[in-house]
Design a protein around this ligand. Structure first.
Ligand code: DOR
Ligand code: ZN
Length: 346
């Protein structure tokens, strides 16, 4: 068995790196395989201004292994107080690539997010004018809505009206987890794309809830039924340029996951590319892995694809990944796909 595939170096269009000791511990697992990543701004306190993003970018570059080339693409955390002029100046200077909309209360460190979209329309209009991308965590926070329905309801209640209000704004629906999300993206001709995570292509909700509660498979949006996972795989492997990789690799220490109120987030940075090769091979779509991981994302963001490459090779023996990585903040469990993986990044 000596199958191998060489693709342009991938980018991760949705990544959590955190800060401090955690940043130092997790960054090498991404910079090893990825050229660029959109860095999520949900730190405590959040990265709201261009000045904060500039300082955070410096901390990321300082934590990067010297031998790796890695270009962190910064996002700003949208609040109801965000200054449109700061956002567009940050974009025009090249320091800011995107803005992230978290509905207030939807997920980890989203308390400063948006309660009333009406209040951020001036920012969104300025972004549209400048050609900036809005990344959206697409879940409603209405406690009356079942957690498994929050993405589908978000499309009807928030995203579709927003698209009508500012049709020229480029939007990425982040970490789509439902057939409704896939169908909605497909129904829109322009200015809408979606990222898909590695783990949502692999697990359905049984991984979290069947045979005992498994906190390391809990993330937001929560994994859905099998029919949704199949729809996501179909979209990822279709070659449709509106779908691309955003791992949402989101490290939390084990004590913060394994407790009575565990954090949402799955850490996939170390094995993402191996797992994607596995998934695309299963779907007879290895020839489309490059589009998903390396071409569709830059095209939507108006950037050039990377010119360097990586090679994935299929091994006779399963590849082993560490069960945990050790960081200065504590251990972080690596996503376990629950099947042997034979693809290794050379
Ligand atoms: O599972 C998740 N973890 N989903 C998010 O939206 C946030 C992320 C985090 O920051 O841990
Ligand atoms: Zn995320």
């Amino acid at each position: 068995m000596n199958q191998s595939i060489t693709i342009r170096k991938p980018d991760d269009w949705h990544l959590h790196l955190r800060d401090g000791a955690m940043l130092e511990g997790v960054l090498p697992h991404t910079s090893r395989h990825f050229h660029r990543a959109i860095i999520m701004p949900n730190l405590v306190p959040p990265v709201v201004t261009t000045a904060q993003a500039t300082a955070y970018r410096e901390r990321i570059l300082a934590a990067k292994p010297k031998a790796d080339f890695f270009d962190p693409l910064m996002s700003l955390y949208l609040t109801e107080e965000t200054d449109p002029a700061d956002v567009t100046a940050g974009f025009r200077s090249g320091l800011v690539t995107a803005v992230k909309l978290y509905p207030a209360g939807a997920t980890t460190n989203s308390a400063s997010g948006v309660k009333d979209v009406e209040k951020v329309i001036p920012v969104l209009e300025a972004m549209a004018e400048a050609g900036m991308v809005l990344c959206v965590h697409g879940e409603v926070t209405d406690p009356a809505v079942d957690i498994f329905d929050r993405e589908a309801v978000f499309i009807d209640r928030v995203l579709a009206p927003l698209r009508e209000r500012v049709p020229s704004l480029k939007i990425v629906m982040e970490h789509v987890t439902t057939k409704q999300g896939v169908d909605y993206v497909r129904s829109q001709e322009q200015n809408l794309a979606a990222t898909l995570t590695t783990h949502h292509l692999i697990i359905n909700r049984n991984a979290i809830l069947a045979g005992g509660i498994k906190p390391h498979y809990y993330c937001l949006p929560v994994a859905k039924r099998e029919e949704h996972r199949l729809a996501l795989r179909e979209a990822a492997c279709s070659g449709d340029s509106r779908f691309f990789l955003g791992t949402d690799s989101a490290p939390h220490t084990d004590p913060n996951k394994e407790c009575a109120c565990g954090c949402a987030g799955i850490f996939t940075a170390p094995n993402t590319m191996s797992l994607l090769a596995h998934v695309f091979e299963q779907e007879n779509a290895l020839d489309r892995l490059e589009a998903f991981a390396s071409l569709n994302g830059p095209a939507f963001y108006g950037l050039e694809p990377n010119s360097d490459t990586i090679t994935l090779a299929k091994q006779a023996e399963p590849v082993s990944f560490p069960a945990k990585i050790h960081t200065g903040d504590g251990d972080v469990t690596v996503f376990d796909p629950m099947f042997p993986v034979h693809w290794a990044v050379q």
